[in-house]
Design a protein around this ligand. Structure first.
Ligand code: M6R
Length: 360
């Protein structure tokens, strides 16, 4: 059942502290500064020269998050939409690791990409929620996100668990390949362990419903972010359009001025995500939208400079930069949920969409 919530989506948003704790269980030891990924001993990725992440939709945004963490650490990592992979995959060889990110493990596009990767001689890994899924069986190795069943068509808790697992994978791959983990374990691992508590706090104090209410009559909704905030912006917009049926788009903050700014008016609120990746630049990009009359909603840590200039803000608990995007995403999940609830949309089963997309 829905456990007292009006929708599975809201229930699943509230399950994130638990599902993230499950993902971390036995895999992270903050005291020792160590991680353990079952089936992936230290050194297992020593030969990996290039990581390709393939996925669709929300899982693609998680993949972008993971690729960004890898690239920031100096690993050659690219993301390709699984449905574009067959048209033009980047070159593959036996030193390529192809990670298929798929909650269901049954997405036809992603399974096709996996097949192609195997045919090209790459090593493959399925990051999935479903033990025994086709992706888990088809790939050389599987790693499970342990989010528990997700009923709402809109992916929420599976996204956050994918992000957590990709951050851990980035640690292991980088350490194996370059000798040092992607991020300092002494700061990252405690931050990860504190994420369930941080999300609990956020869920309790969020003003997302009021924000959704305030901007209910807008024409379009824009989401911008930079670095790890960019996939969060894309995910914010996808969730918003999927369940509210309102027009929403996500952009890299720096891209606004290269075209989308032409759409910005007083009727297009801009949600700006601040996660510590060149925030000053995103502040300028947001100010450019404000100059065109657009209300700016900053999603940022408490006391961040953005709170002084934005028209409204949603706070996230202070944390490690690798985890901040995850928290910002929870605020945006709530904005979409409440906006859709106000419009009385069938939140758990949006029109035209299926939970598992088994056609190309
Ligand atoms: O099962 P998968 O993770 O492979 O699904 C991929 C997408 O269809 C999925 O993430 C979709 O975009 C979400 N349900 C949207 O909320």
């Amino acid at each position: 059942g829905k456990g007292g919530y009006d929708h599975f989506m809201l229930k699943e948003i509230h399950e994130q502290p638990t599902s993230i704790a499950q993902a971390l269980e036995g895999r992270v030891d903050p005291g020792a500064g160590e991680i353990a990924l079952e089936g992936f001993e230290p050194g297992t990725f020593a030969d990996v020269d290039h990581v390709q992440l393939v996925a669709c939709g929300t899982s693609y945004h998680a993949a972008m998050y993971g690729a960004f963490a890898l690239r920031q650490a100096g690993i050659h990592a690219t993301t390709v939409l699984a449905n574009e992979y067959s048209v033009a995959a980047p070159p593959i060889d036996e030193d390529t690791l192809v990670i298929a990110v798929t909650q269901s493990g049954e997405t036809a596009d992603t399974l096709n990409a996996l097949r192609r990767a195997t045919a090209g001689g790459a090593r493959t890994l399925a990051l999935t929620n479903v033990v025994g899924s086709t992706a888990a069986r088809q790939a050389d190795d599987a790693l499970f996100i342990r989010a528990g069943p997700e009923i709402g068509v809109a992916a929420t808790k599976t996204f956050s668990s994918q992000v957590v697992m990709l951050v851990l994978l980035a640690q292991r791959i980088t350490e194996d390949r370059l000798g040092d983990p992607a991020a300092d374990p002494d700061t990252l691992l405690p931050a990860l362990s504190q994420t369930p508590g941080a999300i609990d706090d956020l869920l309790e104090s969020s003003r997302a419903a009021a924000i959704a209410d305030r901007f209910e009559d807008s024409q379009s909704y824009f989401f911008i972010g930079r670095g790890l905030g960019y996939p969060v912006a894309l995910e914010g917009a996808l969730k918003f359009k999927e369940i509210t049926y309102e027009h929403a788009e996500g952009f890299a903050s720096g891209e606004l001025k290269h075209g989308p700014l032409a759409l910005v008016t007083a009727d297009t609120p801009v949600f700006a995500v601040f996660v510590g990746d060149e925030d000053e630049k995103t502040l300028k990009n947001a100010a450019e939208a404000q100059t065109r009359g657009a209300p700016v909603v900053a999603v940022c840590p408490e006391g961040h400079r953005a709170t002084e200039v934005a028209d409204a803000h949603l706070e996230i608990p202070d944390t490690d930069p690798d985890v901040a995007g995850l928290l910002a995403n929870v605020q945006l999940q709530l904005v979409s949920y409440h906006a859709a609830a106000q419009l009385d949309r069938p939140i758990d089963k949006p029109r035209n969409l299926a939970k598992s997309v088994t056609v190309e």
